[in-house]
Design a protein around this ligand. Structure first.
Ligand SMILES: Nc1ncnc2c1ncn2[C@@H]1O[C@H](COP(=O)(O)OP(=O)(O)OP(=O)(O)O)[C@@H](O)[C@H]1O
Ligand SMILES: [Mg+2]
Length: 435
């Protein structure tokens, strides 16, 4: 395409000025040579007599290139209203919207493009509308539905030991929901939150779920990873919808698991996007635009030190509770719980609990699994299921290393050198570094 092409096209049009196809070709050629004023003139000329969609999208592209984004969008909106499913039109529209800062609408439009034709992927839009490096989170439905509203299946009776932590939850969550009138009498609002933290596998999630069975209130259970979305702005929206769900169901407990994802989001996502989510989270906790009365928040994380200190202000996560690895008593009750419905000999719990220091609840789950596997193998020869005995479990303990120590290596550093107002004293007590 060159000046020469243009000349011959103009020449031809002299003889048939109403030939739309020819004029379109001229306009497109002009546009491709960046002769915007001339291209605009030709497209407009066509549109005075013909409602030609190609001329319209061409004109929109001229406007886009000139930087007249709102003019561009007006034309494209018309085309789309007329039913255009042209991915080029939609892609340009997404770009125009983005230029005018209508991010969520741009995302919606670009999603439509990809739904119509996955190959219509656009580098520029993709890099601006998707968060690079975000894990592919499962998509939330448009409407946050009742699937987050859980029916309790376990209660405190299913949680071995952990008396101290249970007591805290009792005081801060269960009692307020049982006696709202007492709280009212003292003019104390029911709200705020507890953050459970500790090494992996030691019962944070399990205990939170058991709290659901313990309270006579609705319980919403989400993992922050469910909320994270690879589209800019969507994570905030999802978070808001979850809090709204909680508010409309108050009194209720909102359990947000895996808050660690917030820390990860700060390094993996674009910095500013992570910051937005954090700010949104803080706003939701404060209930600035909405009333959080009757919404009790329970959070869980392995890495409380990654959490912005702003989360710990009164009314937000104002109680930070350490969930330690199970002590001897707790280990025994976990063992008893797990072996309850299994064929066993008399078990020497004392001996096993002595041999399982530093083992988490999840480790104990694993040990029993291993013991059962060993027993199964032995049963294959004669087909008779043999009861599990102390020896089997001790053999399994030897095969499975405790998993909590690695966490304590990191935790110890924070507790010793970044122990904000004694925040992590519990860790130091646990490690017997501090009395
Ligand atoms: N006190 C307990 N009583 C009974 N079972 C327990 C207890 N603590 C842990 N468990 C068992 O260990 C498993 C793992 O616990 P859970 O998933 O709650 O750990 P977590 O602290 O949330 O770990 P992570 O930090 O990795 O999310 C549970 O599914 C449960 O079977
Ligand atoms: Mg968990």
């Amino acid at each position: 395409m060159s000046e020469k092409t243009i000349e011959s096209l103009r020449e031809a049009l002299k003889y048939s000025p109403d030939n739309v196809a020819l004029r379109l070709l001229l306009a497109q050629t002009l546009l491709s040579l960046n002769k915007l004023e001339e291209a605009e003139r030709e497209y407009t000329f066509i549109l005075t007599t013909n409602n030609d969609p190609k001329a319209k999208s061409g004109l929109a592209r001229v406007f886009y290139t000139k930087g007249s984004y709102s003019a561009c969008n007006v034309i494209l909106e018309e085309l789309i209203e007329e039913g255009s499913q042209d991915t080029e039109v939609l892609t340009l529209y997404a770009k125009g919207l983005l230029k005018e800062n209508y991010v969520s609408k741009a995302i919606e439009t670009y999603k439509k493009v990809l739904a119509l034709d996955p190959k219509a992927y656009d580098e520029e839009l993709d890099s601006q509308l998707r968060l690079k490096g975000t894990l592919e989170a499962p998509e939330l439905d448009e409407e946050v539905d009742n699937r987050f509203l859980q029916k309790p299946t376990i209660n405190f009776g299913d949680v071995g030991g952990m008396e101290a932590v249970k007591k805290e939850i009792e005081l801060k969550i269960i009692k307020p929901l049982m006696h709202p009138e007492l709280y009212k009498a003292y003019g104390k609002k029911i709200g705020g939150g507890i953050l459970l933290y500790g090494p992996p596998g030691c019962g944070k999630t399990y205990l939170a779920k058991a709290t659901a069975g313990q309270v006579n209130a609705r319980f919403i259970n989400v993992s922050l990873n469910d909320i994270l979305d690879m589209w800019i702005g969507n994570s905030e929206k999802n978070l808001h919808e979850i809090f709204d769900l909680a508010r409309t169901n108050a009194p209720c407990v909102l359990f947000i698991d895996e808050i660690d994802a917030l820390g990860a989001s700060r390094t993996d996502m674009k910095q500013s996007a992570g910051r937005h989510l954090i700010n949104q989270f803080l706003q939701e906790l404060d209930g600035i635009n909405n009333n959080n009365e009757g919404v009790l928040i329970l959070g869980a994380t392995n890495t409380p030190w990654n959490l912005d200190p702003a989360f710990r202000r009164p009314g937000r996560f104002d109680r930070i509770i350490f969930v330690p690895p199970p002590d001897e008593v707790t280990r025994e009750s976990i063992l008893r719980l797990k072996l309850k419905d299994k064929p066993t000999e008399t078990i020497d719990y004392n001996q096993i609990t002595k041999k399982t220091e530093n083992y988490s609840g999840a480790d104990i789950d694993a040990i029993i699994d291993i013991a059962i596997e060993l027993k199964l193998e032995a049963s294959f020869t004669d087909g008779i299921p043999k009861p599990i005995d102390t020896k089997d479990i001790l053999a399994a303990v030897k095969k499975h290393k405790p998993s909590t120590q690695e966490w304590f290596m990191t935790a110890k550093n924070f507790a010793m050198f970044a122990n904000d107002a004694g925040l992590y004293d519990d860790i130091l007590h646990y490690l017997k570094i501090k009395k």
